[in-house]
Design a protein around this ligand. Structure first.
Ligand code: AMP
Length: 396
């Protein structure tokens, strides 16, 4: 695996695909800069070597063409603060202005290009568009793990224009190393904790995990599809009625593969989907008509925590309940604590992006787990066993 450490960037104009898809408030202030901070070491390495960096990223999901709220100009000032160098900005990622500004760029300087997705060719993986981007630099680095599962122009197609002049950035390399540590080199017992809303979103990853894990813990809304499949009364809890057979098959496969599957035994139930709802604790298979399970209950917290604390490797993706509401955050918080405790005892823990990453940060465990991935969808696809296009393009 070639990384930035294998190259000297002196005098090079280095095109870096970063993931600056950061949340902004109504005044366009960045509310979480984790993704920008994650790209800083790679940019610094280029500048310290005596090269210059041309950064390209997407931001949000613009429908057709430029939209103010998706402009990357809103991140320039903050990037400048983090890097402590002047950052130039091109109002379009291709075309005359981008060409002029990139050719005028001096060693030690940084140019940020406008949102790649203002051109529909980006997501289509258009080769002519990729070529135009490629012409701006003489070396290509992919350091955006969050989009590594997309075969877009800037994440995959562009790499073909840089034979022998492409590599992974530090963030990508770290993401791959951490994922591999669970995927291939896990110390056993290996426990996967899956949560979130839907089984259908996680079915491929569950199938793949059943080949590797010793324990599979299932919490969150998706657990109710399993409980219902087993004949439980789940009231108005989240369910995918067309996935009951699938849930039965997963339970059966787990048995065949000697994987211990752990489902919640109790739930915090509520009479409405609201933090102000009336709530109670009930056995998961006996939820009162009209009520819904919005978190795992105390008995489940205890049994899940016990499995986690006795694990040597832990992968966690998806919350145990509706953690955005204080009243239903207890289960997710407790699992975060159990993962942190296991880590303190010597286990290795990987937190998959998205909501579980948000939860460990929110509950103050960010520095008490081994690694928090910046990729949600990308990490899931990695664990499905797919070769991600953004990774393959660098390896080819
Ligand atoms: P996902 O994107 O599939 O990981 O799902 C995350 C979402 O699942 C979060 O917004 C949670 O609020 C939601 N969630 C977790 N548990 C439940 C539940 N028991 N009922 C409804 N939604 C849930």
């Amino acid at each position: 695996m070639k990384t930035v450490d294998d190259f000297d960037f002196l005098g090079k104009k280095v095109l870096v695909r970063v993931d600056f898809n950061v949340p902004l408030d109504k005044e366009y202030h960045i509310t979480d800069d984790k993704r920008i901070r994650a790209a800083i070491p790679t940019i610094r390495k280029i500048l310290n070597d005596g090269g210059s960096a041309i950064l390209m990223s997407h931001h949000g999901r613009p429908k057709s063409g430029p939209e103010e709220k998706f402009s990357l100009k809103h991140v320039v000032k903050h990037l400048m603060l983090l890097l402590n160098v002047t950052v130039y900005f091109a109002n379009d990622c291709i075309g005359e202005e981008a060409e002029k500004k990139s050719s005028a760029l001096k060693n030690g300087e940084v140019l940020l290009l406008e949102n790649l997705r203002f051109h529909k060719e980006e997501e289509k993986g258009d080769e002519a568009f990729a070529k135009k981007l490629a012409q701006l630099g003489d070396f290509y680095i992919n350091d955006g793990f969050g989009t590594a599962h997309r075969a877009h122009a800037s994440t995959a197609v562009i790499a073909k224009f840089f034979p022998g002049r492409k590599c992974f950035g530090y963030l990508m390399a770290a993401e791959i190393e951490n994922a591999e540590r669970v995927m291939r080199y896990a110390e056993k017992p290996l426990t996967a904790i899956m949560g979130g809303a839907k089984v259908s979103d996680k079915i491929l990853v569950i199938d793949s995990l059943l080949e590797r894990v010793n324990h599979l813990i299932i919490g969150g809304g998706m657990a109710f599809t399993f409980v219902k499949a087993k004949g439980g009364n789940i009231g108005r809890s989240l369910v995918e009625a067309d996935k009951l057979d699938l849930a039965l098959k997963i339970m059966d496969d787990a048995k065949k593969k000697n994987v211990q599957l752990h489902l919640p035994t109790d739930a915090v139930i509520a009479d409405a989907f609201s933090n102000e709802a009336q709530s109670a604790v009930a056995p998961v298979e006996k939820i009162t008509e009209g009520w819904m399970g919005l978190d795992i209950g105390p008995e489940s917290i205890k049994s899940f925590s016990e499995v986690v604390i006795n694990s040597k490797t832990i992968l966690w993706n998806g919350p145990m309940g509706v953690f955005e509401m204080e009243k239903f955050a207890t289960g997710t918080k407790a699992v975060a604590k159990a993962v942190a405790d296991a880590t303190a005892k010597g286990a290795y823990s990987l937190i998959g992006g998205g909501d579980s990453a948000a939860a460990v940060v929110q509950f103050g465990y960010e520095n008490k787990v081994s690694y928090v991935s910046t990729g949600g969808g990308a990490l899931l696809e990695y664990f499905e066993g797919k070769i991600l296009p953004g990774i393959k393009a660098i390896m080819d």
